[in-house]
Every structure is written in C-alpha cells, then in structure tokens.
Ligand binder design. Structure first.
Ligand code: F0G
Length: 369
C-alpha cells in the first residue's frame, strides 16, 4: 500500500524527543514538495530546487516546529500557549492549539502583519494582542509572560520548535539522496537556519536514536548555508541589532534575532554566508517565482531566491551544483503583492478582460484563430 504521510513527528520519531506514550498533535505537516526551478537552474547553470513550505497545513514552515512544541506543551499539561509573531507563527500556534484543545495567545506588531495571517489567528479563535512595537518587543513580552504566568512559550526560543523544523533538512536529503551543495533560505528570527543546520549535521553522522539504538549516517556531506535578510532588517549582516527594522517583507521584519549565535554558527561551520537583499530585489524574486516557476510565495519567502539571483549576477553561484532554496510561506498569505507586481510589468494585468457570453468573443479575446 502507498505510504500515507503521518506528519513530521511520526515520520521521524526516532530523531525527535517523543516516547511511545506521547500523544502526538499533528495535522499532517511536512512532506512538502521539492520542486525543480527550471528558470533558476537555467540562469545559474546549477540544479535548483524549491522546498515549498507553503504546502504545510497553515501555509508555512512553522507547522513543523509547532507540531513538536504543542505536542510537548500538551504532554506537560499546559492549558495555554503564547507566542510573539510577524504572522505565520501565530497562525500555526492558533491552529495547533485548537487541535490540542488549548487556548492560544498571540502577540503581534500592530499594523505589520498581513491580512491572510491575521485572518487565520482570528478564525482559530486565538486571543490576539496587538502591541505598539515591533516583533522584537512582542517576543520580549511573550518571554516574560511565560516566565511569570501559566502559559507555554511556543516561539523558536523553545528548543522543541527547532527539533520539529530540522525535519525539513531530513526531507531534502531523503528526496535527493544526499545533501545539496548549497541550501538557501530567508532569515528573520533565525530559528529556521539553526534548525536546518542541525538537521543536516545530524543526518551526516551516526546519531543515537530516541529509542536508544544508533542510527547510521544518511548523507555523506552537509551543505553551505546561505541565509538572506531584508536590507532594512539585517542585524546579522551588520553585526548589531537594528532597533527600527523596516521592510515590506513583514514576515522577516526583525531587528534582534533570538537565534543569533546559532545562525552565525550555521554560517561559519557550513562555510556559508548571511547577506541582505533590498525590498526591490525581494519583490523581483517574488515575481520571478510566480511568473517563471509557477510557485506562489509571500514576499518574505522570496528573499532566499532574491539572494540567489543577486549572487548569480555577481558571478558567485557555482555551476553544476545542487542548490535547494526554501520558500517558507504561501503567496495567499499576502496576495496584494502579486497584483502590484503584475501591474508593475503591465498596468492592465490585474484587469481581466470583460467579454460577452459567447465562444467566438472569448476566442477572439484570447487571440485564438
Ligand atoms: N519566512 C517566513 C514566511 C516567516 O514567517 C519567517 C518568520 C521567516 C521566513 C524567517 O524564519 O524567523 O526562522 O529566521 N516568521 C516568524 C513569525 C518570525 O512570527 O511568523 P526565521
């Protein structure tokens, strides 16, 4: 019988902190497609793949970490969870908390989260608190709240989040047969680059399984990790926190990443880099993905591709390499940019032709002969 995907905890339970008694809270996350990016491959002369994380249950990679964090929250008897978020973590926390029968509180920067993400938190009945501040301020409050009140913190400072998210690296290796040469991804709070690097390292060496036996290495190597921040929110590139982060890519509008040190370690240990891309470059990559590869992502998700395009233009991308780029969230989260991007290329693009109820008229409007 065909294998039915069971969610990342059940699929990789030997490599995650669960026992046979653990009640797994899952919505079947993970198992996301690795899509060949033909135009990017042609441009770079390398084989480029897109790990499309928008295909997770709430539309972003956060679900991988959230299944783990909520499972552990439930196991510990928690009744409520809290997170700070630029939108995707809150959507995920709200959904998984509901699955687990728990209450969720989400702290978001006022006016700086997309409508799609906000509507998810609303739909799942989260207690939404808008904070007059940015993500970094929200995280500070969420952390303090969880220290003093009976709420379980599910941001990526919670190590279970990283554990769940590392499964994306396992999937890449399981699909390609080995690790890629380069792994490219957006960087905001820096949990994901930390998680991928952990996953790639674990898969490249013998590892003790949760059950006690020894798991042999699955891959023969680890990739260079290439992370890209938005120019106006690039603390890891600048080497100091940014107090007023600004970018249209609200998902990664973060000035003081919680996983700072582990992101730098991922960069250095892997022989990789962390660089920045401008909002114009992010929107260009966003448009590239939708109009050339057929993949619809939200702007923040396009920053990895923006970085790859930037490096390719500078002649800094090797040819004949295998490159995986994670696109982190679905385009439907923040669809206004698709309309704006299409209009910028062709002012009439977002105005569908109005035609009479008649085959000949439709054929003529389509230029068919
Ligand atoms: N891409 C998207 C779509 C995101 O939502 C985020 C982070 C990132 C990339 C960056 O990942 O933080 O692990 O470096 N979003 C968080 C949130 C902060 O609250 O949803 P990171």
């Amino acid at each position: 019988m065909a294998h039915v995907w069971q969610g990342v905890i059940n699929e990789y339970k030997d490599r995650l902190p669960v026992t046979k008694q653990t009640e797994v809270i899952t919505m079947g996350e993970g198992g996301t497609p690795l899509i060949q990016a033909r135009a990017l491959s042609e441009l770079t002369g390398s084989t480029v793949w897109l790990k499309f994380e928008g295909m997770n249950p709430t539309g972003s990679f956060k679900d991988r970490g959230m299944t783990m964090a909520i499972t552990k929250a439930k196991e510990s008897g928690a009744k409520a969870v809290v997170c700070a978020s630029t939108g995707n973590t809150s959507a995920s926390a709200a959904a998984y908390a509901k699955q687990a029968g728990m209450r969720s509180a989400v702290l978001v920067p006022e006016g700086k989260i997309s409508m799609g993400k906000m509507s998810q938190a609303v739909a799942h009945g989260a207690d939404i608190i808008q904070i007059d501040g940015n993500f970094d301020n929200c995280l500070e409050v969420a952390r303090k709240l969880s220290e003093s009140y009976p709420v379980f913190l599910v941001n990526s400072v919670n190590p279970y989040r990283i554990e769940g998210q590392k499964t994306a690296a396992f999937e890449v290796v399981d699909t390609l047969g080995d690790a890629p040469d380069i792994h490219v991804l957006p960087v905001g709070n820096a949990g994901n680059i930390t998680a991928y690097w952990k996953g790639y390292r674990e898969y490249a060496q013998e590892t003790p399984a949760t059950s006690g036996e020894t798991l042999s290495a699955v891959s023969t190597r680890t990739p260079a990790m290439w992370g890209f921040q938005a120019e106006g929110a690039a603390p890891l590139v600048l080497g100091h926190p940014v107090t007023e982060p600004e970018t249209i890519a609200t998902a990664i509008r973060i000035g003081n990443p919680a996983s700072w040190d582990t992101a730098i370690a991922a960069r250095d240990e892997s022989g990789g880099l962390i660089d920045s891309v401008s909002d114009v470059e992010i929107l260009e990559a966003h448009r590239w993905l939708s109009s050339r590869e057929g993949v619809f992502v939200e702007p923040g998700s396009a920053s990895g591709v923006a970085g790859l395009l930037k490096k390719a233009r500078a002649g800094e991308v090797p040819t004949d390499a295998t490159i995986v780029v994670t696109v982190t969230g679905h385009g439907l989260k923040d669809p206004q940019w698709a309309i704006k991007g299409a209009e910028a290329e062709d002012p009439t693009a977002a105005e569908p032709k109005r035609v009479a109820f008649d085959v000949v008229s439709v054929a003529s409007a389509l230029g068919l002969e």
